[in-house]
Design a binder for this molecule. Structure first.
Ligand code: TXA
Ligand code: MG
Length: 364
């Protein structure tokens, strides 16, 4: 891997053909390309080249048991990487692709085991980003790509985030500015009896329910131990360096508890930062003038909050606080993904409806 990263700026709406061809050449030669998708930046390699895919794991410090999503350029390419395409998968792909929906289906032999972590299923998605689509087409191969961050860190929504985590660990970066969705794709397991959301993301649960009727959600929270259906569901993912406490429950007591904790932590001499909704800012600031406050949008606009969340976590972390205090958000629409990422970034989840206050977070 080169120590000098080549960073190429590409118009997200009209990708420059030469820039894309250059990146595709890197893919075809078994190299690593960081590229934008509509959700987050991905770190891509030729999905059919096991050596190339192995380099992804190395670059990210990702454990080999965590499988990687295969990106294709259209619905018709699903059959190339799936052993069989269940009719429900075909139906969902036709409705939601290109878009932030990843479908877990039986894997075809052509997909090397390193991609699926030895498993018999493969996660497939067709991203809705002109640069990602152009790259897959020009590479003439499906592209295996996890989020382009160090394992366990917050996913990158800008090219700079990618460089902050992985500079020197890949060959070429296509920089198309901030990603529009901001949280990763929804991962839907279609090999389960009931279609099961393994990771809430860019396609809301409600949209899947409207098509499928019943959808199960693998839910994780404080005090709840789940089998590792999706190895990426490891706790303390998306984590900033600073300690993070998440306040969850009804809005009014949540904001009140967060404000009280801001004051308490300030009195204890701790450097605090707060992640809140737009409507909470004045109230939090009133508690302590010098607290760093980032507002990620109106609490009920899940799509706005999702788009800003990861950048906000990185910005807060860069202030090097002792403690980040975050409020939870309503779980409708993209709010469910926001909630999920905050829970997984948290060292502690404070359920304000529980009298004892702080629950230590239980991990596997
Ligand atoms: O939006 C996204 O999905 C981004 C962009 C780059 O496409 N990618 C992404 O990849 O977030 P990654 O590797 O950071 O997360 C993929 C998730 C992990 O939780 C992984 O365990 C799960 O999908 N996954 C991958 N293959 C799977 C499989 N065969 N069965 C179950 N879960 C799988
Ligand atoms: Mg990831």
């Amino acid at each position: 891997m080169s120590s000098e990263v080549v960073r190429v700026r590409v118009n997200p709406d009209q990708p420059d053909v030469e820039a894309v061809a250059r990146a595709a050449e890197v893919i075809r030669r078994g190299g690593l390309v960081a590229f934008p998708t509509e959700t987050v930046y991905g770190l891509g390699a030729d999905a059919l080249n096991p050596q190339a895919v192995a380099r992804i794991f190395e670059a990210k410090g990702r454990p080999a048991h965590d499988p990687i999503i295969v990106h294709v350029a259209g619905v018709d390419e699903l059959a190339r990487v799936a052993r069989e395409v269940p009719s429900v998968a075909q139906h969902l792909a036709e409705i939601f692709w290109p878009g932030p929906l990843t479908l877990v289906v039986p894997k075809a032999d052509v997909v090397p085991p390193v991609v699926t972590a030895g498993g018999e299923t493969v996660a497939v998605r067709c991203p809705a980003h002109p640069v990602a689509l152009a790259l897959i087409r020009a590479s003439q191969t499906p592209i295996a790509a996890p989020s382009a961050n160090r394992f366990g860190h917050t996913s990158p929504t800008t090219a700079q985030h990618v460089l902050d985590d992985l500079a020197g660990r890949f060959d070429l970066l296509l920089d198309s500015g901030p990603t529009p969705v901001g949280v990763e794709s929804t991962v839907l397991d279609l090999t389960a009896e009931i279609p099961t959301i393994l990771r809430p993301g860019g396609v809301p649960r409600e949209a899947l329910e409207a098509v499928l009727g019943q959808v199960a959600v693998v839910e994780r929270g404080p005090g709840r131990n789940m089998p590792l259906r999706s190895p990426g569901l490891l706790e303390r993912h998306y984590a900033p360096r600073a300690e993070l406490w998440l306040f969850t429950g009804p809005t009014e007591p949540v904001v009140e508890a967060l404000c009280q904790e801001v004051r308490r932590a300030r009195e204890a001499g701790r450097r605090v930062a707060a992640l809140v909704a737009d409507e909470d800012v004045a109230r939090v600031r009133a508690k302590a003038k010098d607290v760093v406050v980032i507002a990620v949008g109106p609490s009920h606009e899940g799509a706005v909050v999702a788009q800003r969340l990861f950048a906000a976590l990185r910005t807060l972390d860069a202030q090097n606080p002792d403690l980040i205090l975050a409020r939870d958000f309503p779980r409708q629409g993209l709010g469910l993904a926001v909630h999920d990422r905050l829970v997984r970034a948290a060292d502690r989840v404070v359920d304000v409806t529980v009298g004892t206050g702080v629950l230590p977070f239980e991990s596997d």
